[in-house]
Design a protein around this ligand. Structure first.
Ligand SMILES: *Cc1c(COP(=O)(O)O)cnc(C)c1O
Length: 460
């Protein structure tokens, strides 16, 4: 064994304790760490020839890289839709690496059954029925990709071809309809060979990001019975708007289409009884995408995909080999998603749900919604700011009351980031340059609001 490896093995308990102490310091410093750290140019180091051992690596990381890392896991990082990591999910994530299981196949460990247990819990949490099965993937982009891959196979089924064997060329042009799709849907369509141009945007309701149902039905009618894919959106990133999932699902009585719902963070509305109506009908979807590293507050990277058509999913993703076995009625995960070998991503979510349950995660969701509402109220009451949409859930979309140009918004975003107390991201809503603050971190408490507002006001 290499000398450094042997040394580290001999001192593993002490080294892990040292790492644990360092981690504790980092976590207790999260409240004071700069929320965002604009990256400075730095010279790359040469590949180490003689290693320094773990203690040396820790020292070097602490010195060279840690100062450049942001407090994005902390309470006032409101950019994109960004969660933190609950204590239990963090512990679960550590143990994922400690045990280093590969849940791909069920020949040697209970790990795949743990993943099945968590998928079942999540299904219940989001109000999905038993007809939905699922698997863990890296993020909502991959979850959307898997859902749309199954949709592609379903389109083939309607046309009497197995796309998974014959290729996408056997399918002919494909139509994907959506009101305000997330950018990752275009990426997924590109990866799947369906092409970004397959997506035909459907007009939204005036002043809203949710799809106009009359327009959607018109677009479906124009297809004259040709099967299509509809991507419904449950929680848009700009304003947290929701399509009427029940009404969209009901259109399948008159038109043939696969209904995929991108509920990356919006699915968590189901945890709050006063917001659950926003995702009513989610169960009727053919495939559903939900992120866990956002509002689920587990560490990156983690998301789940659900579908009612696991048979088609297996046709797309099956990875049969003599030593791996053929897919059965309860297929191994290797037959369900793009990855073969992978980590037991479900363990972090298992720990968080076991530690805090539905009630604990509901409390996070409701506290974040209350914070978003409170920020919305403060901005609305201030004539210098303008709220661009009512706060429906956890996203606040707003801009400056006078002259919201690209430059002005860019300057505000950069000033806020440089202040180190808050991070928000820019967007364009209906042609207007704007800012968004998305609340999805379990550490965000009501007493943070003054600091958030102060940081915004100071950047005006
Ligand atoms: C974040 C997000 C995605 C993409 O998620 P990743 O986890 O970054 O891959 C897709 N859809 C919606 C609505 C999102 O908010």
């Amino acid at each position: 064994m290499h000398e450094r490896l042997g040394d580290d093995l001999a001192r593993l308990p002490q080294l892990l304790e040292q790492t644990g102490r360092y981690a504790t310091d980092l976590l207790s410093g999260l409240e004071t760490r700069a929320v965002a750290v604009p990256p400075a140019p730095r010279a790359a180091r040469a590949l180490p020839q003689e290693g320094k051992g773990l203690a040396g690596a820790l020292e070097e990381f602490r010195r060279r890289w840690e100062p450049g890392f942001s407090g994005s896991a902390g309470p006032r990082y409101l950019g994109f839709v960004t969660g933190g990591a609950t204590p239990a999910s963090l512990a679960g994530d550590w143990l994922t690496s400690v045990l280093d299981q590969n849940p791909t196949s069920g020949l040697d460990s209970a790990a795949p059954d743990l993943e099945r247990e968590v998928v079942g819990w999540l299904r219940e949490l989001f109000g999905l029925g038993e007809a939905h099965s699922g698997a863990f993937v890296t993020g909502a982009t991959m979850s959307n990709m898997v859902g749309l891959a199954i949709a592609r196979e379903w389109l083939g089924e309607q046309a009497g071809v197995a796309v998974s064997d014959a290729g996408v060329g056997a399918l002919g042009p494909v139509t994907v309809l959506s009101g305000t799709p997330h950018s990752s849907v275009f990426k997924a369509l590109s990866m799947l060979g369906l092409g970004r141009n397959a997506l035909r945007p459907v007009p939204t309701q005036p002043g809203r990001e949710c799809v106009d149902l009359t327009e959607l039905e018109r677009a479906l009618t124009a297809l004259e019975g040709r099967p299509a894919v509809v991507v419904a959106n449950a929680g848009t990133v700009n304003t947290g708007d929701f399509d009427d999932l029940r009404a969209i699902a009901a259109l399948r009585e008159r038109h043939p289409f696969w209904l995929h719902v991108d509920a990356a963070f919006g699915a968590y509305a189901a945890l709050s009884p006063s917001h659950a109506h926003l995702v009513a009908g989610l169960d009727e979807a053919d495939s559903v995408c939900v992120d866990l590293h956002k509002w689920g507050n587990v560490p990156y990277d983690s998301a789940v995909q659900f579908t009612r058509r696991r048979d088609l999913q297996v046709r797309v993703f099956r990875n049969a080999a003599a030593y791996l076995g053929l897919p059965t009625d309860d297929p191994d995960f290797i037959h369900l998603t793009p990855e073969n070998s992978r980590r037991l991503r479900a363990l972090a979510a298992w720990f968080s749900l076991t530690a805090y349950g539905r009630a604990g995660h509901r409390e996070i969701v409701e506290r974040n919604i209350a914070a978003a509402r409170a920020l919305g109220d403060r901005l609305e009451a201030d004539p210098r700011w303008r709220l661009l949409a009512p706060v429906r859930l956890n996203v606040v979309c707003f801009t400056v009351a006078d002259g919201p140009t690209a430059d002005r918004i860019d300057r505000i975003v950069k000033t806020v980031a440089a202040g180190g107390d808050l991070f928000v991201t820019p967007t364009v809503l209906d042609g207007t340059w704007a800012l968004r603050a998305a609340f999805s971190n379990w550490r965000t408490t009501p007493d943070q609001l003054d600091r958030i507002v102060d940081a915004l006001d100071a950047a005006l």
